[in-house]
Ligand binder design. Structure first.
Ligand code: FMN
Length: 200
């Protein structure tokens, strides 16, 4: 399911103290099963990675493998009142795979999942955010989805969508080819939008 870090790289957790923190948010779409690939690539680029999922997205991931890889708990729900934060604050966020559902709710300012709460707050915190939707032709054709991608872009979010990226399968065609999901494009795009202090 998830890919371990390449030989010679370190896992996250205490060893990652002092590194910039990247939140990787995985929504409920098939590429979430491979989100460890993105986490591993980000670690090799010098990030302390925390993986979060939407509540529905959690079922698509191997939570134990992601926790071993990153050294951080995989959070999917809001904490209870009075409980401390268990993750370090984010310096940047990647949402991949981003569902049609989460894109639409995010653009509307809805915060009914922890992931959405973090994404809605990211505007006020001025965090760089990159989103890579995963969907099919029919799902993506809803006019509100296109409209909301435009809104998010106009507000400073980098949304990697269009021109064949990612490749969109036909509905009921068995989903996208997970090997072709362009995880590294999210990190490339983030590099271009990082504040100087984090990029250094
Ligand atoms: C097997 C399966 C595959 C799915 N694939 C996608 C997908 O590729 N893109 C998408 O936007 N929704 C997909 N969905 C629907 C989402 O899981 C659903 O809209 C869910 O409510 C999204 O929740 P979230 O946005 O909180 O992660 C899929 C659902 C299932 C059960």
């Amino acid at each position: 399911m998830t890919t371990p870090p390449a030989a010679g790289t370190r896992a996250g957790g205490p060893a990652a103290a002092g590194l910039p923190v990247l939140y990787v948010i995985a929504c409920a779409a098939p590429p979430a099963a491979e989100v460890g690939e993105l986490a591993g690539q980000a670690q090799r680029r010098g990030w302390d990675v925390c993986v979060l999922t939407t509540p529905a997205g959690r079922r698509f991931t191997d939570v134990a493998a992601l926790e071993r890889l990153t050294g951080h708990p995989v959070r999917s729900e809001y904490k209870n009142p009075g409980e401390p934060d268990v993750l370090p604050p984010a310096d940047a966020i990647i949402v991949a795979p981003a569902t049609v559902n989460t894109i639409n709710k995010w653009a509307a300012g809805i915060c009914d999942t922890l992931a959405l709460g973090i994404l809605v707050e990211a505007f006020g915190k001025r965090l760089p955010v990159v989103a890579l939707p995963s969907t099919n032709h029919a799902h993506a054709a809803h006019p509100v989805f296109t409209e909301n991608i435009g809104k998010l872009r106009s507000w400073g979010v980098t949304v990697l969508f269009g021109g064949g990226v990612p490749a969109l399968p036909e509905p009921d065609a068995g989903g996208a080819d997970l090997d072709q999901f362009p995880w590294s494009a999210t990190l490339d795009a983030l590099g271009a939008s990082l504040p100087r202090a984090v990029a250094d």
